[in-house]
Design a protein around this ligand. Structure first.
Ligand code: ATP
Length: 227
């Protein structure tokens, strides 16, 4: 049987409790062996923003996952000279980790914008995808959340909202030709990295938003405070 690995890509500036809760729920619901957090160099849609150094973002991820035996951080994108797109990273991991079944995790906001991603059809049809609904991002029926996708991609959707866990048939799906797009709402954590950065800037506490070592790191290295 193929190992099952979750892939959680993002900017992680910083990693926060929303990411963490989504990862925990996906690990449990999909019986994943591990979750790989993959910080991006500077994702195409965020290149104009002021993003913290990849080293800081990586350090915070390492601190946040240090005590979680099933959560790992991968430097595959940060170490690549070519600043890879998601589809390239998935292809590399698929080749390097095989036999493996990769589950790509994304929030509902990313899913809504996915049609702007490089080769998004190849991502959505070549890999299992777990979409985590996110407070504030509009969802709705299948038509609402996936209305932007072509019918052949919509056919791949398995709607698990309402807290249903995937069936043993879904989990045992060993057919590499038929990955699914799973819509989930296991957790609803109203935290964003933007919210964390704003709270720091305004001098508000972030203790409810990020794990303690991440809060300590942000304070120690004086991140997100405008001078
Ligand atoms: P920012 O506020 O800077 O845009 P972010 O909080 O969205 O950041 P990212 O690192 O950009 O964090 O997100 C990585 C992935 O995690 C994306 O797919 C995003 O949709 C998802 N995500 C982030 N926060 C949540 C959350 N609270 N619930 C579900 N998914 C989330």
């Amino acid at each position: 049987m193929r190992r099952r690995i979750g892939i959680y890509g993002g900017t992680f500036d910083p990693v926060h409790n929303g990411h963490f809760k989504v990862a925990e729920a996906a690990l449990d619901a999909f019986a994943l062996d591990r979750m790989l957090f993959i910080p991006a160099f500077a994702p195409p849609h965020k290149r104009k923003q002021n993003i913290s150094s990849p080293f800081h973002r990586l350090a915070m991820l390492a601190l946040a996952t240090a005590d979680s035996p099933r959560m790992f951080v991968s430097t595959i994108e940060l170490e690549s000279p070519s600043r890879p797109y998601t589809i390239e990273t998935l292809g590399r991991l698929q080749a390097e980790l095989q036999p493996v079944r990769l589950f790509f995790v994304m929030g509902a906001d990313s899913f809504r914008d996915v049609t702007s991603w490089r080769e998004y059809e190849a991502i959505l049809s070549g890999y299992d995808v777990i979409v985590a609904t996110r407070p504030g991002s509009h969802v709705g029926g299948n038509g609402g959340i996936a209305g932007h996708l072509a019918p052949q991609l919509q056919k791949r959707i398995t709607d698990l909202r309402g807290a249903a866990y995937p069936s043993s048939r879904d989990l045992a799906n060993e057919d590499p030709e038929s990955p699914r797009i799973y819509l989930t709402d296991y957790v609803a954590v109203d935290v964003s990295a933007t919210g964390v950065r704003e709270a720091v800037e305004q001098g508000r506490s972030i203790d409810e938003m990020v794990p303690p070592p991440v809060a300590a790191y942000i304070e120690k290295y004086d991140l997100y405070r405008k001078t």
